[in-house]
Write a protein that binds this ligand. Structure first.
Ligand SMILES: [Zn+2]
Length: 78
C-alpha cells in the first residue's frame, strides 16, 4: 500500500515547494518592501526575490528580533 516515492515524484514535490515560495513572494511582496528593526529603527529595502528567499530560509534578524516587513506600495500613476 505505502509505496516509497519514486525519484520523479520526489522531484515534483520539491519543484512545487520551490515554486510555492516564489508564488507567495510574488503575491505578498510584488514590489518588494521594507524591513524594519523595532529596536533601533534600522530600515532596509528588499526585493520580491529577497522575499522568496526569506520565506524559504527565514526572515532577517536585527538586535536579536525578527525584522518587521512592510510591503512596498505600487507607486501611484503620475
Ligand atoms: Zn536593530
Amino acid at each position: 500500500m505505502n509505496q516509497p516515492l519514486t525519484e520523479s515524484e520526489l522531484d515534483a514535490i520539491i519543484r512545487r515547494a520551490t515554486t510555492l515560495h516564489d508564488a507567495l513572494a510574488a503575491h505578498t511582496y510584488p514590489n518588494g518592501g521594507t524591513l524594519r528593526c523595532e529596536k533601533c529603527k534600522f530600515q532596509k529595502t528588499f526585493t520580491q526575490q529577497d522575499a522568496a528567499r526569506f520565506f524559504k530560509t527565514g526572515w532577517p534578524q536585527h538586535h536579536g528580533t525578527t525584522m518587521m516587513a512592510e510591503a512596498a506600495q505600487i507607486s501611484p500613476k503620475q
